[in-house]
Design a binder for this molecule. Structure first.
Ligand SMILES: C[S@@+](CC[C@H](N)C(=O)[O-])C[C@H]1O[C@@H](n2cnc3c(N)ncnc32)[C@H](O)[C@@H]1O
Length: 262
């Protein structure tokens, strides 16, 4: 059964270097990086944002995918931005999501869409899907779960890797309730055409984690979504090694620095 329920990482609070002041959104910036206050807070700009008269506001990616406001085609159907992704079979991991063109580190790749459900509703749905022997796809945002099982987009096929090329970020959308969190997959490395997209499931510990990990990374923890144990000096603990005292279970992803470019 394919199922996951992942705690998504919060973006780091915006740290500006001493001499790097915020620009004024709608006047000075093109809303493409953390110097824009909205981007920095991971908040999509309103549709009326007229930053950068030539390029247009670069911080409306969810809207571009038809989320927040659906663009209508001539036939009146939703017409989301064509994603730079395709679903293919992997070796040993079921389906996976692959890049169809080069994507630069820091770029927005795809939103994770689905039904927003409470914990109670999530439990109920698990039972319903289980009874029907369906694969389930839940992503936990902290506030609520996003159930992509039936209504989700291609993002639900992103597999786990202990050395991923994506992170899942929490975003707020303009004119949407403040407590509704939207999720975007953001590249943390340059990703080439044909590469598989992956992120670290970082499961909250429960039985669903007992899946042998086939990510093939040198730092693989052995189980899908299992957090790595890291020694105080930063070296990753190898299976079976108990020589030194552990500092703590740390999340290796949280140490990554992500170049922001949207
Ligand atoms: C959210 S689904 C991802 C899409 C899935 N491959 C599919 O075909 O539907 C998560 C499931 O994919 C598989 N999977 C994901 N990453 C894996 C990995 N690194 N090693 C082995 N299986 C993996 C596991 O079966 C897991 O329960």
């Amino acid at each position: 059964m394919s199922s996951y329920s992942t705690i998504v990482k919060l973006h780091k609070s915006c740290i500006l270097e001493a001499n790097n002041k915020f620009k004024i959104c709608n006047q000075e910036c093109d809303c493409s990086d953390d110097s824009c206050p909205n981007v920095c807070e991971r908040k999509e700009c309103p549709e009326t944002c007229s930053s950068n008269k030539i390029k247009g506001c670069q911080n409306q990616k969810f809207r571009g995918y038809g989320i927040g406001k659906i663009k209508k085609s001539k036939e009146g159907k939703a017409e989301p931005t064509k994603p730079n992704v395709e679903i293919r079979e992997t070796e040993g991991k079921g389906k996976g999501l692959y890049a169809t063109k080069f994507i630069e580190a820091g770029d927005f790749v795809i939103p994770f869409t689905g039904d927003y459900v409470s914990d109670q509703e999530k439990t109920r749905r698990f039972e319903v899907y289980g009874a029907k022997m369906m694969d389930t796809y839940f992503l936990d945002s902290g506030n609520h779960a996003i159930d992509a099982t039936v209504s989700g987009n291609q993002a639900k096929y992103v597999n786990h890797s202990c050395n991923p090329n994506l992170i899942a970020e929490k975003w707020k959308l303009h004119a949407m309730p403040k407590n509704v969190i939207f999720i975007a997959f953001i590249a943390i490395k340059n990703i080439h055409e044909g590469d598989e997209f992956t992120f670290n499931y970082s499961f909250a510990r429960d039985d669903s984690c007992n899946i042998e990990c086939k990510c093939g990374s040198p730092n693989c923890s052995g189980l899908v979504g299992k957090k790595e144990n890291v020694w105080k000096d930063g070296e990753v603990k190898k299976n079976g090694s108990k020589k030194r005292k552990m500092l703590a279970e740390v999340d290796v992803d949280s140490k990554r620095t992500v170049k922001r470019r949207r």
